[in-house]
Design a protein around this ligand. Structure first.
Ligand code: PEP
Ligand code: MN
Length: 331
């Protein structure tokens, strides 16, 4: 249940209610937001005089529900993302930061094509301990410095709570990877900030679990959550994962958060990235996340799926008419 309470509600009354429930209290501009389990359908009568609005739900998808709020638009520096945003971010960049030169080349490609967002991981959540784990702090420094020169918005992942503050301080958007979707220390830490978060769907998680992970961030008070569908594991081994576009349709119908589609990690190969990107834009995704590398074959991670600048340029040209059809501008 979500309650909007009058700002003059005595703390004593709020505290005595909160003590007996697992509740979250966030002070907003016009009201105090109190959130607790959807099992609760009523509130104590002492609170009644202070309740401005109440929202009752069937399950714990609450703050993210369209029944609570229609679409949220998430501001990220000079752009925004969401259904009502005038722009559609095409977030491009390598899987990992590998060198200053590599990030410079990508940044140059993006600015030449008037794109605003660069992605690159410094803390890489790899499946094998023997694979490249990322440049860590040095990688964040490279990304931050280059992006600052070119006025680009940076997306970079945090893989655990140990270095979360470094990523919060140095990236504009913190990405939570598929393997960290359940990491509640990370989710709670991000809930305490106002940092925009790109939350990727766990590859074995249901939509209910995915959105409940987003609720961990939202109930902490951070409203800036962007969802990312990046493919789920199915019985099919010919592609790396299965891009679940049905999830995007479901999210658009039921959830108030923007949804970005990442075809690169879903397919795991570069050959179909343009086609999947077109499908994503055509069905109304709020943004795209694409792995782009100056020399994909030499990439230190996810080499098979990264596209080069020539293919990235072709992708831009092919999705442009679809973006315009949706009355948006690529950014
Ligand atoms: C990535 O974006 O490079 C990444 C590791 O993504 P995922 O968590 O979806 O595998
Ligand atoms: Mn990757």
């Amino acid at each position: 249940m979500i309650l909007h309470l009058d700002k003059n509600t005595p703390n004593k009354i709020i505290n005595s209610y909160v003590e007996n429930t697992s509740s979250f209290v966030n002070v907003k501009q016009e009201y105090i937001q109190l959130v607790n389990s959807s099992v609760n359908k009523n509130f104590p009568k002492e609170l009644s005089p202070f309740v401005l609005q109440e929202f009752v739900f069937e399950n714990d998808i609450q703050l993210a529900s369209i029944q609570y709020k229609t679409h949220r638009e998430i501001p990220i520096k000079h752009i925004s993302i969401g259904r009502n945003s005038p722009s559609l971010p095409l977030i491009m960049g390598p899987c990992s930061v590998e060198s200053t030169e590599q990030i410079n080349q990508v940044a140059q490609f993006l600015t030449t094509n008037r794109l605003s967002c660069i992605r690159a991981g410094a803390f890489k959540p790899r499946t094998s301990p023997y694979s490249f784990q990322g440049l860590e702090k040095k990688g964040l420094d490279i990304l931050q410095e280059t992006a600052k020169k070119k006025q680009l918005i940076t997306f970079s992942e945090a893989k655990n709570a140990e270095h979360i503050n470094q990523v919060i301080n140095q990236a504009d958007v913190v990405q939570i990877g598929t393997k960290s979707m359940y990491d509640q220390a990370l989710l709670k830490a991000l809930g305490k900030t106002n940092k925009p978060v790109l939350l990727k769907r766990g590859f074995s998680s249901t939509l209910q679990e995915f959105i409940q992970a987003a609720e961990f961030i939202l109930c902490g008070g951070n409203e800036n959550v962007i969802l990312c569908e990046r493919g789920i594991r199915t019985f099919e081994p010919k592609t790396r994962f299965t891009l679940d576009l049905c999830s995007v349709a479901w999210i658009k119908e039921h959830i108030n958060l923007p949804i970005v589609i990442d075809p690169s990690h879903a397919l795991g190969k570069r050959y179909g990235i343009i086609d999947l990107s077109k499908a994503a834009v055509a069905m109304g995704a709020d943004g795209l996340l694409i792995e782009v590398h100056p020399d994909p074959n030499s990439a230190l991670s996810d080499a098979d799926q990264q596209i080069d600048f020539k293919v990235a340029k072709a992708l831009i040209n092919e999705i442009l008419p679809l973006v315009e059809l949706n009355n948006k501008k690529l950014c």
